[in-house]
Design a protein around this ligand. Structure first.
Ligand code: 6PG
Length: 461
């Protein structure tokens, strides 16, 4: 009998199965796409078993069965659940490792509960390579069921610098997929920040692709030690195989998306979360398609400050922190609204290795949210407050220069505006309240006494 089963054997499912097998657990694989099973069968051994029907797959698994569904999110997941249900026994555990919408996971969790089946919605990050060698995992659902799969998940997950597996129980219902959605929103935010810095480097500092690659590689050694720095350096230096140029100069500048970052923004709007960097990153992807492309190329003829590269590194470091801060701010608001007990240090820890947004800063975030510390905002933590105070002049300089040069900086500017707002005792919303009361008698609160007030602004004619 096999200890684990995986449905869906395209590259993610296949690599996760190999990862399970390589860690000493036996695994069965099944797909409705027979050629996928045939390809999987090439790896068959005493621990890895291809199966060719729903029945053969389910019957090959020890009870309670532990089945990971690793297929396209959406309708296919519901269809798979309908196929599986009649074949399962009470107590069996299903995990959905796709990028499912957390609303769907909430619904499936309760639907499966009615049949006595445990449903775990699990965020999986790290792409193909992570699936094989150690992804970051974000499982949410039933905690007792989680404990039964924990030995396998801990074995296959990436390990952080202290050897701790990048997986821990997130919380009930769809909270695992919620955390993955926030991970992806942060991913969109940080990727857009990188692209704005790249734009300033090439158009203001006049750097070549190889020079920029070296700059990002250098930042990856210190200021911004992050997977996204590492791959940015790689992407920038890659030569094209169709022309003598660097491939980056021939990649069409229209950003695609499958939409998990958009979902974070949707729920952020629902919750009233101030996630401006994520919003700007989502909208920048829209703008990359919507732009008319009719303008002239920017040529900066002004002075290039000596400290520009240094300032860009510091700005990027600080803006990366803002993207994380906004992610955690939304997680806190979601935890309150949906009644989930989320463990922020554990979430930071599960992002420390294996996932796309991994960076050395996550260790500092883990410490900032260490159990017992109450933070409404990550920048209230002394380490991050200090980082803000130290780096904000660099960010201001970068934005002033980019503005003079005519280079758009949606996420860098949103980061600065966020930082200028979070410790600000006198944001000008009093004027908005006055206007609302003026035109619609919407009333307002006062800052000097309790109660609800309305002013007779003008005399009725
Ligand atoms: C990850 C990635 C992964 C995927 C994104 C890309 O954590 O491994 O986030 O899930 O690459 O879905 O998202 P877009 O297609 O929306 O950019």
């Amino acid at each position: 009998m096999q200890q684990f089963g995986i449905i869906g054997l395209s590259v993610m499912g296949k690599n996760l199965a190999l990862n399970v097998r390589n860690n000493g657990f036996s695994v069965s694989g099944f797909s409705i796409d027979k050629p996928e099973v045939d390809a999987f069968a090439k790896y068959e051994d005493d621990k890895l078993k291809p199966t060719y029907s729903w029945e053969e797959f389910v019957d090959s698994l020890e009870k309670p069965r532990k089945i990971l569904i690793q297929i396209a999110a959406g309708k296919p997941v519901d269809e798979t659940l309908q196929k599986l249900l009649p074949l399962l026994d009470k107590g069996d555990i299903l995990l959905d490792g796709g990028n499912s919408n957390f609303h769907d996971t909430n619904r499936r969790y309760h639907e499966m509960e009615q049949h006595g089946i445990h449903f775990i919605g699990m965020g999986v990050s790290g792409g193909e390579e992570g699936a094989l060698n150690g992804p970051a995992l974000m499982p949410g659902g039933d905690e007792d069921a989680y404990k039964k799969v924990a030995p396998i998940l801990e074995a296959i997950a990436a390990k952080n610098s202290e050897g701790h597996p990048c997986v821990s129980f997130i919380g009930p219902e769809g909270s695992g997929h919620y955390v993955k959605m926030v991970h992806n929103g942060i991913e969109y935010g940080i990727m857009q920040e990188f692209s704005e810095v790249y734009d300033i480097l090439r158009k203001v500092a006049g750097k070549t692709n190889d020079e920029m690659s070296a700059i990002f590689a250098h930042w990856n050694e210190g200021l911004v030690k992050a997977y996204l720095s590492e791959i940015t350096a790689e992407v920038l230096k890659q030569k094209d195989n169709l022309t003598p140029d660097h491939v980056i100069d021939h990649i069409l500048n229209v950003a695609s998306y499958k939409g998990t970052g958009n979902w974070m923004l949707e729920d952020g709007v629902h919750l009233g979360a101030p996630i401006s960097v994520i919003a700007e990153a989502v909208i920048s992807r829209f703008m990359s398609k919507a732009t008319t492309r009719e303008g002239k190329e920017i040529k900066w003829n002004g002075e290039v400050p000596q400290d520009l590269i240094d300032n860009l590194g510091k700005a990027l470091q600080l803006c990366q922190a803002v993207a994380y801060a906004q992610g955690f701010q939304q997680l806190k608001m979601a935890a309150d609204a949906y009644n989930w007990d989320l463990r922020y240090p554990a979430i930071a820890q599960s992002w420390e290795a294996g996932c796309i947004i991994r960076s050395s800063m996550l260790k500092d975030i883990e410490k900032a949210f260490a159990e017992g510390k109450k933070l409404d905002n990550m920048f209230q933590d002394p380490y991050f407050k200090d980082l803000m105070d130290k780096n904000i002049p660099a960010l201001r300089n970068v934005i002033v220069l980019a503005t003079k040069a005519g280079i758009p900086t949606p996420t860098l500017s949103a980061s600065l505006n966020y930082l200028e707002s979070i410790f600000n005792p006198s944001l000008p919303a009093n004027l908005i309240q006055g206007q609302r009361d003026y035109f619609g008698a919407h009333t307002y609160f006062r800052n000097d006494r309790d109660g609800v007030y309305h002013t007779e602004w003008y005399e009725e004619k």
